[in-house]
Ligand binder design. Structure first.
Ligand code: NAP
Length: 256
């Protein structure tokens, strides 16, 4: 039965990686508006504190955990500390990600490793550490932030496409292995949103015009517009949704 509580997240704790800015911060605000307490994460304490203060001033319950999601040991110790000190992580959103652009023939090997480490390996580290606790409780929601580039490509970003394509399949794998243990694991595939990660594209009028013409909704996305999908996938309304990638892209993936 659908009622006023179906989409509410009151009493739940959500960890969102890479949530001191951009999409992660938008998702944190959305889940907080739906009633969840939030653990914000990022590598820079000052940036994290600013984001936390902003959300606290809006009346939400916000915790901060400063760690690098690519550091496997830091991930394990921080997840255990959150579970011990703040309580059960009911919702995990793996959002931290980076972009590097260059033609593939010139692509720097360190940039390749950094992309894979942040966009793919870290999701495995964080999800595995959190899932161990969720599996004991036989419940939990995990959302991996994929991309339209999980499906489609653009010049100069092949390694990013490879990382997000792999993340899509990792999401399905998590649903297959952890679904029988009580977890729901899904992905969100954002289209183009104006964040720091996309600074170069936002400031390029030729790209921006191309994108607007290419997008059925005829505009860039606003990070707030991703929150509904995240709240839905975290809520009781999505109890039988598992292994799905929900594209929030103004129709980009619908059109050649
Ligand atoms: P962003 O504006 O650059 O923000 C990235 C956030 O992640 C920041 O809070 C950053 O804080 C944190 N972060 C980066 N590396 C981290 C690490 N190793 N450990 C912990 N935190 C880390 O990026 P965004 O545009 O919001 O992108 C968020 C996610 O959405 C990414 O996975 C991206 O691939 C995906 N996405 C974005 C778009 C888009 O249009 N923007 C489209 C599709 C998919 P610190 O620097 O302080 O660590």
């Amino acid at each position: 039965m659908i009622d006023a509580h179906t989409f509410r997240l009151d009493g739940q704790l959500a960890l969102i990686t890479g949530s001191s800015a951009g999409i992660g911060l938008g998702l944190a605000r959305g889940l907080a508006q739906a009633g969840a307490a939030i653990v914000l994460n990022g590598r820079h304490a000052d940036k994290l504190q600013q984001a936390a203060t902003q959300l606290r001033n809006e009346g939400f319950t916000i915790h901060e955990r400063c760690f690098d999601v690519t550091d496997d040991e830091a991930v394990k110790s921080n997840i255990d500390a959150i579970e011990r000190d703040l309580g059960a992580i009911d919702i995990l959103i793996n959002n931290a990600g980076i972009q590097r652009r260059a033609p593939l023939q010139d692509f720097d090997h360190q940039d390749w490793h950094d992309l894979m480490q942040t966009n793919l390996n870290s999701v495995f580290y964080v999800a595995q550490a959190v899932a161990k606790h969720m599996i004991e409780r036989k419940q939990g929601r995990i959302i991996n932030i994929c991309s339209v580039q999980s499906e489609m490509g653009r010049p100069g970003i092949s390694p990013y496409m490879a990382s997000k394509g792999a993340l899509k399949m990792l999401t399905k794998g998590m649903a297959i292995d952890w679904g029988p243990l009580g977890l729901n694991v899904n992905g969100i595939g954002p289209g183009y949103f104006k964040t720091e990660l996309n600074d170069k594209l936002v400031n390029d009028p030729t790209f921006s015009q191309w994108l607007i013409n290419r997008t059925p909704s005829r505009r860039w996305g606003d990070v707030e517009e991703l929150a509904g999908a995240a709240v839905f996938l975290s809520s009781r309304a999505a109890s039988f949704v598992n292994g799905h990638i929900l594209y929030v892209d103004g129709g980009v993936t619908a059109q050649l």
